[in-house]
Design a protein around this ligand. Structure first.
Ligand SMILES: Nc1ncnc2c1ncn2[C@@H]1O[C@H](COP(=O)(O)OP(=O)(O)OP(=O)(O)O)[C@@H](O)[C@H]1O
Ligand SMILES: [Mg+2]
Length: 401
């Protein structure tokens, strides 16, 4: 007799939760991404008890009675339906495992109403078992209330860190989500106190909310295109470098991602302008055709793979050098420590990238002549009025649901 079992969904979901729900911030990420995919324009995140209780409220498209039940089933998603959809994912979620995974390690209540429905519906799930939905009065949109996180899983509960640490992780994640979704208004409330809020009125407002007025005023907005790839956002001048990596935000096709290879490349491109233990502070958006990336490489979807990472690196280096050269008259101190000596020489130094168009807030003022002509060849630098920038950014279309 065979010894292989097909696992019941209860066990399967608990296993999936091990990868999807690493900490309270993972739940916030999944729920907010669902709200974004639902086309929400306002998202409120409420946290209590160090993230063991999380409520995310949105004004998105909502769900009907059937879908609110289906959402708890493993591999149930409205976002893809065929194999070919996997090659062109335009939503943040697509795996159909976040809600069942979260429900497997907590108690969850979802209340939702679609605009066209008079009444909303409510479902309670206890330890991964969802009850039948019931009709109820509700605002348009969806509220997901997660309680008792890891209460029945002592091994996972033990690994939660101090409340403050989990909260700080959630704050830092919310900052990234605010930047990545700059046309959505966010509010983060921890233990009844509002700790973050953003207007949803474009990138400049989001950068202001997260990085502060001085950062926005003093640093460079960049915008460049090469081989169908667009790079835009803010790169700091050396004087605005930070003592940690918290101010590094990379957003690819609207998705906040962490790609070690790219972070290291950006650091290397900056390194001769940085003092020891200083790190660049940037918020950079890369937009490219969906078939040029593979999102399906990690359950948490925070890591992705570029099909052609070298072109991305060339574009990044060119834009970073152009931006740094502008402010090169005031580097605080150039430190050549071992790390810098070991660094890989960015390709662009030897082979200027052919950038089709680029904008940097002001022209090169202080760059030496030799560098100026190098960058003149690589990048066409234009003076760009602030309002033109913010208009073009506000016009950035969100993905379709
Ligand atoms: N806030 C929401 N508003 C409207 N629909 C939602 C919301 N949250 C979840 N859903 C619905 O429930 C389904 C399941 O959500 P879930 O997060 O589990 O999977 P997913 O988003 O499709 O994929 P992933 O597991 O990659 O996040 C979604 O596909 C969506 O149809
Ligand atoms: Mg999801």
């Amino acid at each position: 007799m065979g010894i292989i079992n097909v696992l019941p969904s209860e066990i399967f979901n608990r296993i999936a939760a091990g990868e999807v729900v690493v900490k309270p911030a993972s739940i916030v990420k999944e729920l907010v991404e669902n709200s974004i995919d639902a086309g929400a324009s306002r998202i409120s995140i409420e946290i209590n008890d160090g993230g063991k209780e999380i409520k995310v409220i949105d004004d998105g498209c909502g769900m009907d009675e059937i879908d609110i039940s289906s959402a708890f089933l493993p591999h149930a998603t409205s976002k893809i339906s065929s194999l070919s959809d996997l090659d062109e994912i335009s939503t943040l979620g697509f795996r159909g495992e976040a809600i069942p995974s979260i429900a497997a390690v907590s108690n969850v209540t979802i209340i939702s109403r679609r605009e066209e429905d008079e009444l909303g519906c409510i479902v309670n799930s206890v330890n991964g078992h969802a009850a039948r939905p019931e009709k109820c009065g509700a605002k348009k949109g969806t509220t997901v209330h997660v309680k008792d996180l890891f209460k029945n899983i002592p091994a996972r509960l033990k690994f939660l860190r101090k409340d403050k640490t989990e909260e700080n992780d959630i704050i830092s994640l919310t900052d990234k989500l605010i930047l990545a979704n700059f046309n959505v208004s966010f509010q983060l409330i921890i233990d009844g106190k509002e700790v973050r809020s953003s207007s949803g009125k474009g990138l400049n407002e989001a950068v202001f909310a997260v990085y502060g007025r001085d950062y926005l005023k003093e640093n460079d907005y960049v915008n460049a295109t090469m081989s169908g790839i667009t790079l835009y956002g803010y790169i700091n001048k050396p004087a605005f470098s930070k003592h940690n990596r918290n101010f590094q935000t990379l957003i690819v096709n609207g998705r906040y991602v962490v790609i070690q290879d790219i972070s290291f490349w950006i650091y290397n491109s900056f390194s001769s302008f940085l003092m020891k233990r200083q790190y660049p502070a940037y918020v950079l958006f890369i937009d490219l055709p969906a078939d040029m990336i593979d999102i399906n490489v990690h359950p948490s979807k925070i890591e992705i793979k570029f099909i052609d990472i070298n072109t991305i690196k060339k574009l990044l280096s060119s834009v970073i050098y152009a931006s740094l050269e502008k402010g090169a008259s005031q580097p605080k101190e150039i430190t050549l420590d071992k790390v810098v000596e070991k660094k890989e020489v960015p390709i662009v130094k030897e082979e200027p990238a052919k950038i089709e168009s680029a904008k940097i807030k002001s022209s090169f003022i202080n760059a030496p002549e030799s560098r100026k002509s190098f960058f003149d060849k690589a990048i066409k630098v234009k003076s760009t009025p602030e309002d033109e920038l913010s208009d073009s950014l506000n016009g950035n279309k969100r993905r379709k649901y």
